[in-house]
Design a protein around this ligand. Structure first.
Ligand code: PLP
Length: 448
């Protein structure tokens, strides 16, 4: 399959690869009674998505574009390495994420450091390495001033601005509200003038950064945010009388369709909309940085979990599985905002058929709300069957929540070959000794 495949062909191919992988995972013993939960990543899907992103922007501009994957969406080193092989860079927001990006071989030129709370040590390291830094606020700019005076850096430095355009449908993920914690709030009294002055006073401040979307934010609102950043760059450059701002970082935030296998909206549609709304951004005068996360990985991850017990309570069938809050904290705690699709497989890993029955899909954790789906119509799950928790490649199994000391599942990439499905280890399952060590096992007598 290529990025030129029609959406419905691509959709069918992705679903077929997933079903093949589930069957093979059960046949090969990757999933089974002793490995009741595994996470699977569709290597082909990830590659195809990354290529679609590059193609979408190449179709609307000849300007240089760095696609910096937002590491927080899937902080797994082999995934970062795969994306690097596909020509992507990394957007990092903590010392840990920076270390992961470096372990994956990301170069300084391909890395961007954002984060609203960078310490002096983090800033010093990034500037010494030549990594691009987006400052969040005037206090951070003052810190960078001091570093630049003592040791000039080759790092491109930008400032994050908040266009204050309003929220999407999920408050916790809306970065561009009037009172958001991110960036300089542009509409606040005198803020715009202060920003222009900050650039005038700092010839090394050459980038402008905004990230005004995420799940729940519609494309037109995201495009408005980019337009605000572009217009501000034009204003700054006019005020200083040269092309000081040479690169605009438009952030990520493309929403993901969690309702079907269709990948919509597409990068191509977003790039076309941006070109329509902000043509000047694409005429070659500005370099571009993007920071997509969820949209690059979400559709390519599946959690496969064994049904340990099938029971009934108050007349409602319940499948008690091994996938719950530990791999899907958002869905369990905020089910209305984060519904997930569940696929039913039989004990051999084949898609389960049969009449739909409304049932609860429960996780293993010891609290009543540990449900991935309530009253979900599916073929009736039985003991030994499997559930596939779909679209979990970003912000789900890579974001383990250690409730009940449940171990992190193994993560495996899969590729379909002529000989069948081949799995590659991305992350080993967490050994129990690790859990003890993380729980202070080295300090057993520490409180005596
Ligand atoms: C989280 C984040 C992203 C990625 O957002 P997605 O919704 O996963 O695409 C990009 N940039 C910044 C600054 C972020 O905080």
């Amino acid at each position: 399959m290529t990025s030129q495949a029609t959406p419905s062909a691509a959709k069918a191919a992705a679903a077929e690869r997933r079903d093949q992988a589930v069957r093979a995972a059960v046949e090969q013993g990757l999933a089974g009674p002793d490995a009741p939960i595994v996470a699977l990543l569709d290597t082909t899907g990830i590659r195809t998505g990354a290529a679609a992103l590059r193609t979408a922007f190449a179709a609307v501009t000849d300007a240089p574009v760095l696609h910096a994957f937002a590491v927080k969406a899937c902080p797994l080193v082999p995934v970062l390495r795969l994306l690097r092989a596909e020509g992507l860079g990394a957007e990092v927001a903590s010392p840990g994420e920076l270390a992961l990006a470096r372990a994956a071989g990301m170069t300084a030129a391909d890395t961007v450091l954002d984060s609203p709370a960078k310490t002096p040590a983090e800033l010093r390291e990034a500037l010494a390495l030549g990594i691009a830094v987006n400052a969040d606020n005037p206090q951070e700019l003052a810190r960078i001033d001091a570093f630049m005076t003592s040791a000039p850096s080759a790092s491109p430095v930008g400032l994050r601005v908040n266009p204050q355009l309003g929220a999407g449908s999920i408050d916790a993920l809306s970065t561009a509200t009037a009172t958001s914690k991110f960036g300089v709030a542009l509409l606040d009294d005198g803020a715009r003038d202060r920003v222009v002055r900050a650039y005038r006073e700092r010839p090394w401040l050459t980038r402008l950064h905004t990230h005004s979307g995420s799940q729940g934010v519609a494309l037109p609102l995201m495009a408005q945010g980019v337009k605000v950043a572009y217009e501000l760059a034009e204003e700054i450059n006019a005020a200083v009388g040269r092309r000081q701002v040479d690169t605009i970082d438009i952030g990520g935030g493309l929403p993901v369709n969690f309702g079907s296998d269709e990948e919509t909206p597409t990068y191509a549609s977003y790039a076309r909309l941006l070109k329509e709304e902000v043509p000047g951004l694409f005429d070659g005068r500005y370099g571009l940085v993007t920071e997509f996360g969820r949209s690059l990985l979400a559709k390519h991850g599946t959690v496969l979990a064994r049904v340990e017990y099938a029971k009934s309570s108050g007349g409602r069938p319940i499948a008690v599985t091994h996938a719950g809050v530990q791999i899907a904290a958002r869905t369990v705690y905020a089910p209305a905002s984060w519904p997930l699709r569940i696929a039913a497989y039989d004990a051999k890993g084949r898609p389960k058929t049969g009449p739909s029955v409304a049932q609860d899909i429960a996780g293993p954790a010891c609290f009543a709300g540990d449900l991935l789906a309530e009253n979900r119509p599916l073929p009736l799950l039985e003991q030994g069957d499997y559930t596939g928790v779909l679209d979990t490649g970003a912000y789900y199994f890579a974001h383990h929540y250690s409730y009940n000391s449940l171990a992190r599942p193994g993560v495996y990439g899969f590729t379909a070959t002529a000989e069948g499905v081949r799995f590659a280890t991305v992350r080993d399952p967490q050994p129990i000794e690790d859990l003890v060590a993380e729980a202070g096992g080295a300090h057993t007598d520490g409180l005596l």
